[in-house]
Design a protein around this ligand. Structure first.
Ligand code: F6P
Length: 600
């Protein structure tokens, strides 16, 4: 191993698991749709990996993790038995907050249907608008997190608080956990994340004397007295480095659904929560994983199709029903911060718009075009100008209104044949062939459950998870095919909060092999758009940098080219202008610097 490789592996070792580069997907930017599906399949398999004797990390099936899930499910049961005085709060930022919203909504719906009090509540950093757009700055504010939590728990005697931060890094969540730790007479805090505690983030947080890792360690100490719980199985690195919407989001859904449902069964059906029943729920999710990826040909065809649309600067529209519509909206909105996409590159729509979402703040459609989400809006605003290059993907299940599905598909077909579907049905209750035949590619999964399960929340949750895996593969694959990804790094990330600032520096170190201080300087030159950094700029805190970076495009690629080619800001920008595809720009820059160093 030469010196550069050694430096590289030391740098990689220093990163938390959730920020590492996954060796499985290292070449994802150079493969076709079919191979991409296999790569994603192998990355997702790591969620369920059983490494019984892994001395370093606990996994989802590890007995300690399952036991903590049992303990938390028992707290859920206690809360459900005392609904007047209790509340269960799920909170997170970005995808973690969106999953919190989805879980709370479906759990509350189930409670309502059974005439029980709805005691679950969600918090998403930045409020409901963060469900459809990326609101990165509130994620950095611990005081805001604590204040929001305090407000929704006012007057309650028992609060089970579940703070989700996949990377164990979000200050918003750290502030909430710290608040709970100060009020353990009322609050039982749970931290859900996917790094070992010693890898939790230890950088300073705005206006705080402690950092995330301090909080995680205090939580671990309280766990010994069953006053707090840390649930942190390791899932392996993400397929696109740091993109916790993928495995992190899926595992959050799997773990919290199991806990909530186990608690519910114990409270209302007298079914004691045991490690066996928790691992049974996880195995059921593993079966969903296997069934979904067994449709790899259709999935590859959909990735290819979506990639073609994006490459032609056309659009992908997800038209979903019920919670499958929410999965579509979530996946689409995540493409903006993850791939620097425009909000209308991939867009989601749901039947009945906000009425179907049932979010706390109600109809947000007046906030702007990103918030226009109903099928009717699709028909009124998109359909008239839909072209053959635009891909339309329906997301529905056998118990959705198939007349509505057929009528809308008919309308779309009059404008384009680029119409496809992901559809779920049951062996004893299938979608009629006449409906299936309306779609070019239909990824139809016929689940081996009885027809009595058709209206059950559990069935729907499995369909949601399956659809999430498919859409994550489609939107990731399409952006990779568009050339947005270099190796398995999303290089052109928006540096809009402190976590992303640190990630940007890591990426620069990873690719240039330069020291941290050299990478910071190049990044700041790109952020402040100057060759001469002033003292004010270099000494400003990270929140000032992210505020400035949020208003600028291509900061990381610009810094990368400046370092790699030893050129000025203007030259770096010119280089990027000549190569609009990020992967080509980076390749060209590495090639030219190789030639230069050979000549030197
Ligand atoms: O700030 C961006 C982001 O990385 C989102 O993409 C992500 O969903 C969110 O932060 C939350 O991350 P975590 O769950 O690790 O706190």
């Amino acid at each position: 191993m030469n010196m550069d490789d050694l430096k590289l592996s030391c740098h990689e070792l220093s990163l938390p698991v959730t920020e590492k580069c996954n060796p499985i997907s290292r070449d994802i930017d150079r493969v076709n749709g079919k191979q991409m599906v296999q790569i994603l399949r192998r990355c997702d398999a790591e969620i369920f990996e059983k490494k019984d004797h892994d001395p370093f990390h606990q996994r989802l099936y590890s007995s300690a993790v399952i036991q903590t899930m049992v303990d938390v499910a028992k707290r859920v049961e206690m809360m459900l038995r005392d609904p007047e005085e209790s509340v269960i709060v799920l909170s997170g930022c970005g995808t973690s907050g969106r999953i919190a919203f989805l879980l709370v909504t479906s759990f509350n719906e189930m409670m309502k249907a059974q005439k029980q009090k709805q005691i679950c509540s969600y918090i998403i950093a930045g409020g409901d608008r963060a469900m459809l757009t990326s609101q990165e700055a509130p994620e950095d504010d611990p005081a805001l997190g604590a204040h929001t939590l305090e407000k929704i728990c006012a007057g309650k005697k028992h609060v089970l608080f579940i703070g989700i931060s996949c990377g164990m890094s979000a200050p918003f969540v750290a502030g909430q956990l710290d608040f709970c730790l100060q009020h353990l007479d009322i609050f039982t805090p749970v931290l859900l994340g996917f790094n070992p505690v010693h890898m939790a983030r230890s950088e300073p947080m705005q206006g705080c004397s402690f950092h995330f890792k301090d909080v995680a360690e205090r939580m671990t100490a309280e766990q010994r007295h069953e006053k707090a719980f840390v649930l942190n199985p390791v899932l392996g690195a993400e397929a696109i480095s740091g993109s916790s919407r993928m495995k992190g989001g899926s595992a959050t859904k799997i773990i919290l659904e199991s806990i909530l449902l186990a608690g519910h069964e114990a409270a209302f059906r007298g079914k004691r929560t045991t490690p066996e029943c928790i691992s049974g729920w996880i195995t059921a999710s593993e079966m969903v994983y296997e069934t979904t990826y067994s449709h790899s040909d259709e999935l590859a065809a959909l990735i290819h199709q979506a990639g073609e649309s994006l490459r032609m600067k056309a659009h992908v529209y997800y038209i979903g029903w019920g919670t499958l519509g929410i999965i579509g909206l979530t996946d689409a909105s995540e493409c903006v911060p993850t791939y620097g996409a425009d909000f209308d590159d991939i867009r989601g729509f749901i039947n009945n718009g906000f009425r179907e979402m049932k979010n706390k703040e109600g109809d947000l459609s007046c906030l702007g075009p990103e918030f226009v989400i109903g099928h009717k809006d699709f028909v009124d605003t998109i359909l008239p100008s839909l072209s053959q290059n635009d891909m339309v993907l329906f997301l529905f299940a056998v118990n959705d209104d198939l007349h509505e599905v057929t009528a809308l598909a008919d309308q779309v077909r009059r404008r384009t044949s680029n119409l496809h579907a992901i559809a779920h049905d049951l062996e004893k209750f299938t979608i009629p062939e006449t409906v299936c035949n309306m779609f070019g590619t239909i990824l139809r999964i016929t689940w081996p459950f009885s027809s009595e399960e058709v209206n059950s929340v559990v069935m729907r949750q499995r369909w949601e998870l399956s659809t999430k895996w498919c859409l994550n593969a489609i939107s990731t694959g399409a952006h990779v095919l568009k050339g947005k990804v270099y190796m398995n790094y999303m290089i052109d990330l928006r540096v809009s909060n402190s976590k992303l600032y640190t990630r940007a520096i890591n990426i620069l170190q990873r690719f240039t092999g330069c020291s941290k201080s050299e990478c910071v300087r190049a990044l700041l030159r790109a952020i402040y758009s100057t060759e001469d950094l002033s003292e004010d700029m270099t000494s400003a805190d990270v929140w000032k940098h992210t505020d400035a970076a949020n208003r600028r495009d291509r900061v990381v690629p610009t810094a990368l080219v400046m370092i790699q080619c030893g050129c000025t800001l203007t030259e770096a920008r010119h280089h990027l202008d000549c190569h609009p595809v990020i992967r080509d720009a980076v390749n060209a820059c590495f090639n030219s610097s190789k030639t230069k160093s050979t000549v030197d």
